[in-house]
Write a protein that binds this ligand. Sequence first.
Ligand SMILES: NC(=O)c1ccc[n+]([C@@H]2O[C@H](COP(=O)([O-])OP(=O)(O)OC[C@H]3O[C@@H](n4cnc5c(N)ncnc54)[C@H](O)[C@@H]3O)[C@@H](O)[C@H]2O)c1
Length: 357
Amino acid sequence: MQTVRVELGERSYDIVIDTGILSGIGERIKGFNFSKVAVISNPTVFNIYGDVVINSIKNAGFETLNVIIPDGEEYKNFNQTYQILTELLKNKLDRKSCLIALGGGVIGDITGFVASIYMRGIDFIQVPTTLLSQVDSSVGGKTGVNHELGKNMIGTFYQPRLVWIDIDTLKTLPKREILCGIAEIIKYGVIWDEELFEFLMHHRESILNLDPLPLTHIIRRSCEIKAEVVSKDEREAGLRAILNYGHTIGHAIETETGYSRFLHGEAIAIGMNREAWLSEIMGFLNRKDALKIKAVIDSYGLPSELPEDLNADKLISHMKLDKKVEAGEMKFILPEKIGKVKIQKGIDIENVRKALN
Ligand SMILES: NC(=O)c1ccc[n+]([C@@H]2O[C@H](COP(=O)([O-])OP(=O)(O)OC[C@H]3O[C@@H](n4cnc5c(N)ncnc54)[C@H](O)[C@@H]3O)[C@@H](O)[C@H]2O)c1
């Protein structure tokens, strides 16, 4: 069992990573003295893992209930937030109750958001079941839902009490979703850790086979990096922005394609490659490293290039509206070498256009 600590003073918490630990969640939270525990999930995940989690919590002596919302990003909204809050009120959850998010990033984000506003804030635990949520969304305390005028526009910073990662849950995750998580892990390699990047290059086959040893290694390392960054800058006043590498172009691609053509990690993979080239164009990154970034993305079968039908000017207009824009200035996270990035503002649009073409 591997434990990574997120150091945030009295809000510090553990991320526990291992195989076959789903049924151990009840035992782990026994000491927390919750009055009731509600598991929030969707039918896809709950049908596979719901019983194991509910039984484990019951066996540990807790009164439980489950609240199931439909599966999909389109349900990460106010309406479902309201439905969950209603169920919690009907079932008389009080301020000592706890929510467990059982699912991917959608379930994690909405559950965290509900936990942060129910009775002015109750405890919640992340049990992430996608690779992306295990290495990214379950850690760091960004919660939220989408608004029809923008994705993730409504939310809170609210840390979980515990993150409980059973990597065996990845065995039922579709390969395309696994690759989205890989894209985020490549991101950690580029922004922070050359060794992780090299590890991804050299262990592709065993990682894609979901061999527990390399898989645990890359998940643990990703969580350590995110924990370190979040501990230093919880509310994204500065450093935390480096986690957005690949996301400025990636988000523009998602917006332009209506969130339907590419999964998040796929859009980020294209964004990482194109932002590496932006860095190369601006003279911050050498060509060899830019090519290496593209090569690792390609080797996992992730997309690295913009489809021809996507128009650079349209993408740029989306970037200008992105929530990462500050005082009208676009901000990019640009690699200087593998393992190190800089936050660059005031970039000439012509260079962005070149990087997109
Ligand atoms: N809070 C953050 O810091 C943060 C960071 C990155 C992304 N996000 C958010 O995360 C969301 C994306 O998360 P995601 O990629 O996990 O997508 P997701 O939650 O939609 O899950 C993807 C699909 O996999 C299914 N699934 C989940 N676990 C499974 C399993 N073990 N076996 C079989 N199927 C399974 C889900 O039901 C869903 O259909 C987005 O809403 C994004 O905005 C948040």
